[in-house]
Design a protein around this ligand. Structure first.
Ligand SMILES: [Cu+2]
Length: 574
């Protein structure tokens, strides 16, 4: 570990570190920060304006939207416990109502930025968000009205909440001085303009739209300098509307130190496999007897009985679908990681996007006609360079030292739930898709599409700790996001209905809090969260939501076209 001797030494290091953050003639790596106009040290107050903008994508200039004239929008960087006041101005064209959702922040209901918590902000209008950030972590903000289109258009930005332990960890040499925020996205463009997501094919709408241009902080395949053997802390945010980012730094491990709930207990290497248990299923385990086909009423069609399994039971290795030392980010997920580039001066180390088999479908001609089947190239598409580090000699006289299981911060308590709720069912409505019914009915939660008119929403009271199970009754992966309450995932359970067994594995020994979790096909995730009491700052013009944690909180798939086409429900806290 590095021992820092004097202030001047750290000054030199920080100067070198900031120099290394400058790309070659392309400006700084990090998104430009938001400006805090409030003199109070614990209040961050700023104005965020959404407006049309021209973004250079490769050789093309594309008409997009931006917050404060930059893609990504301005990074808001605050300390845990700070108060954030944002005056939002909508200067988008007619027909573009908007809001800001503060993804992952456990804030007061009326600041959550959904149609259940405020009047959507019409062009020319404003809304003020005013909330405390109670948990450290990597967060982001984006519109929750016309979300798929608006986020694809460039309305996304980082919100970083730091924690006091970081300073000490830097002094101990456990965290590098160099930090970058990288917002990853894939803008969908057609004929030099933003793709019209309202006219996509049935298949593309069902899969979700993936853009062809993979952007890092709004730039295509940028190159940055990096000192050999020096650590770089990357706060990674997947801001794409559909695309999963499986991240690899070939020849290197990517060390995860935190993410959606701040720093974790110990340095982790993600990916590879984990140990689980295989056991026979019986009829009582799960009501989903089918293959994810939902014939329209929320009931799954059965194609086999879950009984009579006589094969292997016992310990089993569960492959996670990406390699050890890689990072998987579903849409809206974040990770706080450290990389230590190694190689010879002048050589290039590239952060790569790799394909992850998420159950993408394709149209296939079968004896029964055209059918949607799993795509032949699901998980097999070629890798793409996201960004490149050109290596500079190590002038520092030491190398950054990091290893799996290095201690970071004490872990949070494991939540003990007061009650469990019935299973939350993520469903696809194939009949609606095939019969040409409105897109808004193609996906469901608990047998119903969307939040309007929903009667089977979930309920909770302040003070409760609840265990939820979300089960994915479809053949695709879905990133599940709960607004307003970060949760501790505990366990996954994957059903094999054809053969009648299930595989179970435990997760999250670090008691980490997440707000977005990937739910694989025919798999349940079990997680707990607490309905806490929280501060508020009085009434707000335009609010329709509640004060503190009281009010309606949506939960949905974060593949935007799934959430907006029905895979969305809500939790009512009273
Ligand atoms: Cu989904």
């Amino acid at each position: 570990m590095l021992k820092l001797r004097s202030f001047s030494f750290i000054t030199i290091l920080m100067t070198l570190a900031s120099l290394s953050q400058m790309a070659f003639g392309r400006g700084p790596v990090n998104p430009t920060g938001a400006i805090d106009v409030n003199p109070h040290p614990n209040i961050f107050e700023t104005t965020i304006t959404a407006a049309p903008y021209k973004l250079k994508v490769g050789d093309e200039k594309v008409d997009v939207f931006a917050y404060n004239g930059q893609v990504p929008g301005p990074e808001i960087r605050v300390k845990r416990g700070d108060r954030v006041i944002v005056h939002f101005k909508n200067k988008l064209p007619e027909g573009w109502p908007s809001t800001i959702h503060w993804h992952g922040i456990e804030l007061n209901n009326k600041s959550d930025g959904t149609a259940l918590t405020q009047e959507v902000v019409q062009p020319g209008d404003t809304y003020t968000y005013d909330f405390i950030v109670p948990r450290a972590g990597v967060f982001w903000y984006h519109p929750h009205a016309r979300g798929a289109e608006a986020v694809n258009a460039g309305l996304y930005a980082p919100l970083i909440v730091t924690q006091p332990e970081e300073r000490q960890l830097k002094m101990q040499g456990k965290l590098p001085l160099r930090e970058n925020t990288l917002m990853l996205s894939d803008i969908a463009i057609e004929n030099g303009a933003l793709k019209n997501l309202n006219t996509t094919s049935m298949l593309e709408t069902m899969n979700g739209t993936e853009g062809d241009y993979l952007l890092v902080n709004g730039k295509l395949n940028p190159t940055f300098p990096a000192f050999i053997g020096q650590g770089i802390r990357l706060r990674l945010i997947n801001a794409s509307i559909t695309r999963y980012f499986r991240l690899s730094l070939p020849g290197h491990d990517i060390y995860r130190i935190g993410g959606e709930g701040g720093l974790i207990e110990k340095v982790r290497l993600e990916g590879g496999s984990v140990m689980g248990m295989r056991m026979a299923m019986d009829m009582g385990d799960d009501m989903d007897m089918g293959d994810g086909m939902d014939m329209g009423d929320g009931m799954d069609m059965g194609d086999g009985m879950d009984m009579g399994y006589t094969g292997y039971t016992g310990p089993i290795e569960i492959a996670l679908g990406y390699d050890k030392g890689e990072i998987l980010l579903t849409p809206a997920q974040r990770a706080d990681v450290i990389i230590v580039p190694k190689g010879t001066p002048g050589s290039v180390v590239s952060l790569q996007w790799k394909d992850f088999a998420r159950g993408r479908h394709q149209m296939t001609m079968t004896p029964m006609g055209m059918m949607m089947t799993e795509a032949d190239d699901d998980g097999e598409r070629p890798s793409v360079n996201l960004l490149n580090y050109i290596l500079l000699p190590n002038y520092f006289g030491y190398e950054f030292d990091i290893n799996e299981n290095d201690a970071l911060v004490p872990k949070p308590e494991r939540l003990v739930s007061d009650r469990t709720d019935s299973q939350i069912k993520l469903q696809a409505n194939m009949m609606a898709m095939m019969s040409g019914a409105p897109k808004s009915t193609w996906f469901k939660i608990d047998g119903y599409s969307g939040v309007m008119g929903r009667e089977n929403y979930r309920t909770a009271s302040i003070g409760e700790t609840i265990e939820w199970e979300t089960h994915n009754h479809t053949d695709m992966h879905h990133p599940f996001h709960l607004h307003g309450f970060s949760f501790q995932p505990m366990q996954f359970m994957r059903m094999n209905h054809d053969e009648g067994y299930m595989d179970m594995w435990m997760v999250n020994a670090h008691n980490e809090y997440l707000d977005t979790v990937n739910v694989p096909p025919h798999t349940s995730v079990f997680y707990s969260f607490q309905i806490d009491e929280r501060p508020d700052f009085g009434a707000n013009p335009g609010q329709t939501g509640g004060f503190g944690s009281e009010g309606d909180w949506v939960f949905h798939c974060h593949i935007f076209q799934h959430g907006e086409n029905g895979m969305m429900s809500f939790l009512r806290v009273e």
